[in-house]
Design a binder for this molecule. Sequence first.
Ligand code: NAP
Length: 474
Amino acid sequence: MLTEYQMLINGIWHSGKKMIEVVNPYNHQVIGKVPQASEQDVDAAIRAAQKGVAAISAMPSHQRSKILESMSLLLTHQCEQMAKLIASESGKAYKYALAEVGRAVETFKCAAEEAKRIHGETISMDASEGAENRMGFYLRMPVGVIAAISPFNFPLNLVVHKVAPAIAAGNAVVLKPATATPLTALKMAEMLMECGLPDGALNVVIGSGATVGDWLVQDSRVDMVTFTGSPAVGKYIMTRGGLKKYTMELGSNCAVVVCEDGDYEKAAPRCVVGSFANSGQICISVQRIYIQRSVFDRFADMFIAASKNQIVGDPLDKNCDVGPMINLQEAERAEHWVREAVEMGATILTGGVRNGAMFEPTVLTNVKPDMKVIRDEVFAPVVSLIPFDEFDDALQQVNDSKYGLQAGIYTERIDRAFQAIKMINVGGVMINDFPTFRVDHMPYGGNKESGIGREGLKYAIEEMTNIRMVCFNL
Ligand code: NAP
C-alpha cells in the first residue's frame, strides 16, 4: 500500500488538505504522498519553533548531545532502509545513497561531540585605555528560530548538516525539504523525535519554494535562514528575507588541474567518479578538467575508457553507477546545453545521449569559456577536458568563474601546490584529489556566487549562534 506521510508541527504529525505525490524518477512510480503545507501550517510551525527554542535552549548541552548521539546510533541500524528511500526518491545510485547515510551517521555523531564544546573566550579589556578595571568574555547563544531549506541532491545528509548543528547549539528548526525528495527528511524527523527531541524543536513543512519556502523566509519571527540550493534562489531569498542571518550553500562549476608531474593515472578514474556520481548533480561535481598538454592524450584515453565503463540504469541495482537525473526537464536542459556547445564547436568524446531522464556520462572537448557547459553550473553528467600549456594560465582559467566552491590540483610539485592554494579563490583546495572530496566536520562552503558562510559542524554552529559579550566593571 502507498505510504501517506504527515508533516511535523510541535511534535504532532498532521495531514494536509492537499497531497503531493513523490515519484521515483527512474520508473515514475508514485512512492509516497506528502501533505502540502498551507500558510496556516507554516505559521503554526513557526509558532511551535518559538516554543521549541525555549525548550531546547534550556536543555543542558549534555542532553542535547545525548539526543544527537542516540540519533547517530539509530540511523546506523537503519542504513539500508534509508539508502533505499534516498535511491527511490532522488534516483541516486544505491551505493552512493548508502555512502550518504554513512556520512549522516557521522554528521550526527560529530554534532553530538560539538554540542559539548560551544564556548566563547575572554577578552583583554585592559588593552584599551580607560578599561583597566573591566573583565570581559563572550558566550555563544542560539540564534533562535532557524528556517532550513534543502535541495534534492542529498536528501538526508544536507538536511542533517542543518538540523544537527542547530540542535547542538540550542536552536529550533522549521525544515522545508525539496518537494521532490521529502520522504527521507520526514523519516529522519520521526527518528529524532524517538530519540527525545522536545516538541517544537524540529518542525517539518512541505511544499514548493515559491509558497512554503517564501512564507518561511519572509517571516520576521525567523531569525536565520540556512539554505542549500541554486545561486538564483539564494539571491532571491536574501532579498526577500531582509535583515536576518543567512548561510548560503550554493552552486559551482568545479575545476581540476592535472599537471604533467601529477599522478594522472590516479586522477583519471577518480575524476570520472567526481564527474558522474549522482548524475553530476553534486555542487562539487567535476565540471572542468584542465590537463597539461604533454599528458592530455593519455589522460583523455583513460578518462573516456573509464567513463564508458560506468553502469547506467536502475539506481536500486547495487552495481549501478549512474541513475536518472531528478526529472525529465533537467535532463532535457542538459541535452540542450550539450547540443548548444556542439553547435559552438565542441566535440563529444563519449555520451551525449538522453533517454527520458537518463543522461549518459558525457565527455566534451574543444570547449570555449563562453559555453554554458563551462561558464554556468551544468549539474548533469557532463564534463569537459581542456588542454593547457602554462600552469599559471590553468589557474587563471580555474578562477575565471563566477563560482568559487572547491578545486582540485594533481601535482607532485610543492611550489605548484602552494601557488594554487594562494591563487585560487575557492572555499577548499584539494591537493592530489578531486574537488568533490568532503568530510563532514571540515569547514565547507564557497566564495563568490557559491555562497556565504560555512557548514561542517563546528563552523555551522558558529553561524547558528550569536556572540553575547559580557563585561564586568570591577
Ligand atoms: P533549488 O531549485 O534552488 O531548490 C533548493 C530548495 O529551495 C528547494 O527546497 C526549493 O523548493 C527551495 N526554493 C525554491 N525557490 C524558493 C523560494 N523562492 N523561496 C524559498 N525556497 C525556495 O536547488 P535544487 O535544484 O534543489 O538543487 C540544486 C542546486 O543546489 C545546485 O545549484 C547545487 O549546486 C546546489 N547545491 C549546493 C550545495 C552546497 O553545499 N554548496 C549542496 C547541494 C546542492 P522546491 O524545490 O520544493 O520548490
